[in-house]
Design a protein around this ligand. Structure first.
Ligand code: ACO
Length: 525
């Protein structure tokens, strides 16, 4: 949000339906409504049951049942205008989330120790599985490896927030201007917070947007009377201590965050993060896919921590002319993912970590703790190679490290050369192949990254999520350290061809050019 707006605003289009869809919230009065009912848990691809994971994981995480406990005001007179978000607890269907994030079927829980357990899609062949640990060794559980969550300040703040919500010490309310007294009081409180925290924003401008019926606000409320002289306003014994005002563009599937602020005394306590999580969850549930904002330079670090980036992936025609565009601010975007439960991020992160550890366990023995040497009973020195576990970490008698005997694919043909001479030889070979490709008559469309404006391929980066071109391949090759096997190099070239095929279709003449290049590099590598 710009401080000191210079009036260089591009007027947004005069459309936009209310943010919350699907449940009757789009009334003419702009009344806010509760969230739409949660989607049913996704079915399991492998028949293990979509919710297999949830109970143990959820129960073990404080505050995840916050919503129900905080549901106090749903039936109040103000319900049509002000709906407590807490009334509808978000569904926690982590199995679905994880299946989507990891694209893996899940089973579990399998025991008290490992709440989450990933079953590999294809079982690792017996010959490639890590050897069973020797007698006396023990395997660390995933829980042991990850350690307690409470160590992380981020999780602690999150837990505190969810507990406060559960107790009703704070609550979030969607407020739109329907003319009711409660809504007006809450909007007044919000406007006052914005004006105080964004002192360079013209007051009239803030008021206009906050009270505008096309905008919605999510107000962060605390019970209690409004402090005298605070300039804040309150309704129903609740004081507004922060909030976010946004304008949804439902057809274009994005919302613009216009203002966001937390009262001075409540900042850096985690409210800002929770507020953004609520905004994201609401936006996601109403079918929006992106949040855009013009972030004040001071607030850019905060937005970055909330997953916003200056890289705008939303197609330009969708937001151009709709976003309030100022000087001295940074346009930022946050892409929303339908499968992510934004109100339970720590749980999701924990589950992802668990998945990673489980994957590592498949290919490594790093979780195995070998028995130590009992020096009290040792009569003579022990040979190094006889120390349990040393060979398993690739130690070799000649002092050179070798491939771990138990790791999958360690000695496979595509294994990376470990010494500098081989790496340099590989680099020289790849450079000569790349030179030939670049010099080929069919290479011209692939020499540089696709420029959507010049080529007219406006939606290129919407369609192609992992673009690659010969100049970026060259940059990675020159930098070194990336193409440590020719397979990695080949994979990038193949991706370039595949991207072309995906975007242009099989019969396009540019695809023909790509195929010619493919034949060339296949023959050279
Ligand atoms: N600069 C750098 N980092 C920040 C800032 C900042 N201005 N504000 C918050 N952070 C960091 C916090 O240190 C924390 O980092 P950590 O997780 O690594 O510890 C993280 O962001 C989240 O902090 P929260 O406690 O969740 O956020 P908070 O409750 O303080 O709310 C907010 C953040 C809304 C920016 C608040 O500081 C505020 O109201 N600032 C003044 C108004 C403002 O600048 N609003 C944004 C204008 S842009 C716009 O409205 C579109």
């Amino acid at each position: 949000m710009a401080r000191g707006v210079t009036g260089k605003r591009k007027e947004p289009e005069p459309d936009s339906r209310p943010f919350v869809g699907g449940s009757g919230g789009a009334s003419a009065s702009g009344a806010a409504v509760a969230l739409p009912p949660p989607p049913p848990p996704g079915g399991s691809r492998n028949g293990t049951g979509g919710g297999a994971l949830a109970p143990a994981g959820v129960a073990s995480f404080p505050g995840t049942s916050n919503g129900a406990a905080g549901s106090s005001g749903g039936g109040s007179a103000a319900a049509t205008a002000v709906a407590p978000v807490n009334d509808v607890p978000p569904p926690i269907d982590l199995a679905t989330v994880l299946r989507s994030v990891n694209d893996e079927p899940l089973v579990g829980p399998v025991g008290d120790d490992d709440v989450y357990y990933l079953q590999p899609r294809q079982a690792v062949p017996v010959s490639k599985r890590p050897r069973p640990p020797p007698p006396g060794a023990w395997t660390q559980s995933t829980k042991d490896i990850l350690g307690p969550d409470s160590q992380h300040a981020y999780v602690q703040r999150w837990v505190r927030m969810t507990q406060l919500e559960a107790k009703g010490d704070v609550s979030f309310r969607v407020v739109v201007n329907d003319g009711s007294k409660d809504a007006l009081l809450n909007l007044l409180g919000l406007k006052n917070v914005f004006i105080k925290q964004l002192p360079n924003m013209p007051r009239a401008y803030v008021s206009r947007l906050v009270f505008d019926c096309k905008h919605e606000s999510l107000a962060l409320m605390k019970p209690g009377a409004t402090p005298v002289g605070s300039g804040s306003a309150a309704a129903g014994g609740q004081t507004v201590i922060g909030g976010c005002c946004y304008r949804p563009f439902r057809e274009q599937k994005f919302a613009e965050v216009a203002f966001l602020a937390i009262s001075q005394t409540e900042q850096v306590l985690g409210y800002g993060t929770r507020l953004m999580a609520q905004v994201k969850e609401r936006a996601k549930r109403s079918g929006l896919t992106h949040l855009l904002t013009c972030a004040d330079n001071n607030a850019v670090p905060y937005f970055k921590k909330q997953g916003f980036s200056k890289k705008i992936t939303l197609s330009y025609p969708l937001w151009q002319g709709r976003i309030k565009d100022y000087e001295g601010v940074l346009l930022m975007e946050c892409k929303l993912h339908a499968q992510v439960d934004y109100l339970n991020m720590p749980l999701l992160l924990k589950a992802q970590k668990c998945c990673l550890v489980e994957k590592l366990k498949e290919v490594s023995l790093s979780h195995v703790v070998y028995p130590g040497l009992d020096v009290s009973t040792m009569r003579k020195p022990v040979r190094l190679e006889n120390i349990p576990g040393l060979a398993e970490i690739s130690w070799r008698k000649d002092g050179r490290s070798g491939a771990a005997p138990s790791t999958r694919g360690g000695a496979a043909s595509g294994a990376a050369p470990r010494d500098e001479v081989s790496l340099q030889a590989l680099k020289a070979h790849l450079q000569s192949v790349l030179d030939q490709i670049k010099a080929h008559g069919s290479a011209w469309p692939f020499l540089e990254p696709v420029n959507p404006k010049e080529t007219g391929a406006i939606d290129y980066y919407d369609v192609i999520k992992n673009p690659v071109d010969l100049s970026s391949i060259q940059a990675k090759l020159t930098a070194g350290g990336f193409y440590v096997t020719k397979e990695i190099f080949l994979a990038d070239l193949k991706r370039m061809v595949e991207n072309c095929r995906t975007y242009n279709g099989k019969t396009h003449y540019v695809t023909d050019l790509a195929c010619q290049l493919e034949r060339l590099f296949q023959s050279k590598l």
